[in-house]
Design a protein around this ligand. Structure first.
Ligand code: UN1
Length: 507
């Protein structure tokens, strides 16, 4: 089998993506979590490069904003076709850089194709309302206009799909984009940018509508602080969101934040346990627990607790952990050593808080079978907790599933909502009253609330995002497009009088 580096080169070549190697000290290193080996060393964008990218995007915006939306959609339609053509190539890079199993990597590219289709349809549905005016001979309406340059900051765990959610909508809405991907996944970004550039050339659009900048925190900070960036759409940790939000607010820019989750599933006495176990295992162990929608807490009714824990543990024992390219492997590596250390620290803390590790948690793989080298494979962990202690309230970006118990649904909902994050949630129940209560105003406080499916793997058609420390932003489907446009309210007087609103008489 070809080396990982050769595989990355071949996939990039098939997508006509040109990688500029970095030979200065300021570089971005693409390293595969599969083995820890370096795939490529890329040039980091300098402050001047970022400035130029923003200026070019701002300039391109002037012309792009007056291209009719259904015509703008031509670029996105072509991008969707190129993604379909190169689905396997891009998925290969996602596996190489993010460590996802092939099926999930392909699923991520499919999510991109789906959002392109959605955005193309949306281009004819950027609807504004017409309202009844209180004045005779007047019409009141609203129009939606392009906003400007959108700065997209994305994370390693969905290195390509989250970019496409933002970019497909932004372009159709008449915005231009400057993208700063995670510095852990620079090659997938180069490939996406190359495909989009080709789409622009193929349909005769200005390729300057999309700019890629690479680097670490400083590059993101520059996007955050630049007043020419109308919207900063950022996906990442709560810590990152806390740094970004006040800086964007200080210049009255707009933010769309998609931050951490601490997603839970309530398993009720009436739950179909076969289904619950499958839903839990995919959401908690899939993607090695590295989705923002990963299931981190199970809140189980005491009557089914033991059976549920036994069955989830038995299912975990069947999961193959290892090289994500191998058939049958369902759990790939953690992204890096830091992720592994953070996981181990959380497990130690959970145990010192009285928790019991009932399954997994240790490092596996490597030549000695116990894990070695610069690749970090772990068996997903299940930890029974006596209470929702502080470590359970934090998002640890690794496959740790904390198990808590409850007696009454009120108690379960209270535990469920008693964490600072509010992204995704689920209840497994066959009792309609319980399901409806979970979805009601006094139920789950999350942006996503599901019944009888897990917390991860949302479709693109719905709005994606969450409340509280998750940041409040909504991306992807439904009416999320509105975040990428500005609304103007228009009052048109087609009479020969000038009646004032609210009955005001002015002489
Ligand atoms: C993320 O982890 O940042 O719902 C996004 C899901 C995917 C998207 C996850 N559709 O799990």
């Amino acid at each position: 089998m070809a080396t990982l580096e050769a595989r990355a080169d071949a996939a990039l070549t098939r997508m006509s993506a040109h990688v500029e190697s970095g030979d200065t000290s300021d570089v971005v290193v693409s390293r595969s979590p599969i083995t820890g080996e370096v795939l490529r060393t890329l040039a980091s964008s300098s402050s001047d490069d970022v400035d130029r990218a923003i200026a070019d995007a701002r300039k391109a915006f002037d012309a792009w904003r007056v291209v009719p939306a259904p015509v703008r959609a031509g670029v996105v339609r072509r991008l969707g076709a190129l993604l379909t053509e190169h689905k396997d190539d891009l998925a290969e890079l996602v596996t190489l850089e993010a460590g996802k199993i092939t099926s999930e990597a392909r699923g991520e590219v499919q999510e991109m194709i789906d959002i392109c289709e959605f955005a193309v349809g949306l281009s004819r549905q950027l609807y504004g309302k017409t309202m009844a005016s209180e004045r005779p001979g007047h019409r009141l309406m609203e129009t939606w206009h392009p906003l400007g340059v959108v700065g997209v900051i994305s994370a390693f765990n969905f290195p390509v799909a989250v970019w496409s959610w933002n970019t497909a909508l932004a372009l159709v809405c008449g915005d231009t984009v400057v993208w700063k991907p995670s510095d852990a996944t620079p090659l997938t970004a180069v490939a996406c940018a190359a495909l989009l550039r080709r789409a622009c050339v193929d349909v005769g659009a200005d390729p300057a509508i999309h700019q890629l900048v690479q680097g670490s925190v400083a590059v993101g900070e520059q996007l955050t602080d630049d007043p020419r960036v109308a919207l900063v759409s950022a996906t990442g940790s709560v810590r990152m969101g806390r740094a970004i939000a006040p800086r964007v607010a200080a210049r009255f820019g707009r933010c769309l934040l998609e931050l951490g989750g601490n997603n839970a599933a309530i398993v009720a006495p009436s739950a179909d346990l076969d289904l619950a176990v499958r839903g839990i295992v995919f959401s908690a162990a899939g993607t090695a627990g590295q989705r923002c929608t990963s299931l981190r807490r199970v809140i189980a009714h005491t009557s089914i607790l033991d059976e549920l824990v036994d069955r989830v543990s038995a299912a975990y024992a069947q999961l193959r952990v290892g090289n994500p390219f191998e058939d049958g492997v369902l759990v790939g590596p953690l992204i890096n050593a830091n992720a592994f250390d953070t996981m181990q620290t959380a497990l130690e803390k959970a145990q010192s808080d009285g928790g019991t590790v009932v399954f997994g948690g240790g490092r596996v793989g490597g030549s000695d079978g116990d894990g070695d080298g610069d690749a970090y494979y772990v068996t997903p962990a299940i930890v029974r907790m006596p209470a929702q202690t502080s470590v359970v309230e934090e998002e640890t970006f690794a496959p740790i599933l904390y198990v808590l118990t409850y007696e009454t649904l009120d108690e379960a909902v209270a535990l469920h909502n008693a964490v600072p994050q509010g992204l995704s949630s689920a209840i497994f129940t066959n009792d309609q009253r319980e399901a409806e209560r979970f979805l009601a105003a006094d139920g789950s406080d999350c942006g996503i609330a599901n019944v009888n499916i897990g917390t991860s793997g949302a479709e693109i058609g719905g709005a994606f995002g969450g409340e509280k420390e998750t940041g409040g932003g909504r991306e992807s489907g439904s009416d999320s497009w509105q975040a990428y446009m500005r609304r103007a309210t228009n009052t048109i007087n087609y009479s020969d009088r000038l009646p004032l609103a609210q009955g005001v008489d002015f002489g």
